[in-house]
Write a protein of this length. Sequence first.
Length: 561
Amino acid sequence: MEASEKEKKSLNFIETIIEEDIKNHKNDARVHTRFPPEPNGYLHIGHAKSICLNFGMAEKYNGKCNLRFDDTNPTKEEMEYVDSIKADVQWLGFEWNGQELFASDYFDQLYDWAVMLIKKGKAYVDDQPQELISQQRGTPTRPGIESPFRSRSIDENLALFEAMKRGDFPNGAKVLRAKVDMASPNMHMRDPVMYRILNAPHHRTGDTWKIYPMYDYAHGQSDYLEGITHSLCTLEFEVHRPLYDWFLDELIDTEYRPRQIEFARLNLSYTVMSKRKLLELVKNGVVNGWDDPRMPTIAGLRRRGYTAASIRTFADRIGVAKRDNTIDVGLLEFSVREDLNNIAPRVMAVLDPVKLIISNYPEGQTEQIELINNPEQPEAGSRNIPFSRELYIERDDFMIDPPKKFFRLAPDKEVRLKGAYVVRCESYELDDAGEVKTIYCSYDAETRSGTGTKNPKVKGTLHWVEANTAVDAEVRLYDRLFNDEDPAGHKEKDAMEFLNPDSLQIKTYCKLERMLADVQPEDKFQFQRIGYFCVDKDSKAGQLVFNRTVSLRDTWAKMNQ
């Protein structure tokens, strides 16, 4: 098989459509996509898939991709969301074509086109409340009932629409509807609402407008005005496509036309992807804001320590499908673990410290232990860390009465301290509560890693931190926010009933090696034997805070071997 044939077979269905359009010189063989978020919340991992797809198609075919905000509902939109969306797109590594755009840029043109439809007898003002309009639409198997205002004259509709624009009516008093087909089997074609009255200030246009266009009306026309060739939408908009085309047919007479193409949205296990649910989590204080590291928002993933490269890789791995499916969240965790394994320096940190004293090590002596920074990157070099008589190890690396296959430290047992010496536990001391307070060991000076003359076989190697130079830190151990695989998929239960009570555990008395004293927010490390961690934005000099990104254990990779 020719190489070009192999490449052709590997194209996803959107690439196939685009290449056919280029071949047929449709829209002058241009590729111009757009990413059109609503500025009513922070973007989540599902939006990241759409970002990668829209910008990725533009990059692959030497085209352009616009960032356009669908700001048609001022009651739910804020500039905070606009700014966060721009930051997320840029952090993922993409740049949009020219300046960011807004549906509100086209309010005047959209209004003029609405007037045109009224003059053509294709739109009318309806005085009925939304509840009644919804009832009159019927069902998929029963045709709708025409509004008693559907036969209004063109002049009356023009006058009423102008009055709506002036703000002469209260919210909900009237709407402008397209006159399509109340008997259509497609419910979205049954005289959809084009404009509603919203007496609310807009974050960009202020009090200029009292009426605002609906998404189904504004979207296709905005695409047209921007020269979009391929309007990529998630699958729920498939039934909206006939209306998308109907508006263009009624308003546009040029050869150029944008084309809507639908793909399956991202559904992720153990995750809710509804903006409404995510907003509920924020407003109810279940999480600490939109960028809480437990949130599936791009800002939350970034704060948790996910890399832009890992999210792009994840989006590429899941591909583009025509049918909805649920992706195992383990694949997302695998993607970031794979990336961090290559780039994250290895360091030693003790999250639940207990003092270990090497009784026969000279008092006052300190030596330097050389450790490799990242075995995956030889160019990353090595560092020296201090070793002395007093150290910290993890509390659960010691047991007084261990089971048979416990290969860590116990009375009369030996382990190797990573990069250093083999030590034997000689005794231990308990505090008043019966907890181990201090462990006393002996060491053999000839067992130093790499230079010692002895290399006894021991089954356990422990990480450690030198006590006198250790850096204090708070470490936040994040886990999945929900403990159900499909928290939003239960008809009789709310997703909030499946919240994981252990989604955050805070360790306040952690000891880290001294090189971590000067870290900056978003710096990433592998805490050896524990997992991957990122410096949190709350961190400051003398008050270090780290977030766990993912553990070292990779269940997804094991399951898929």
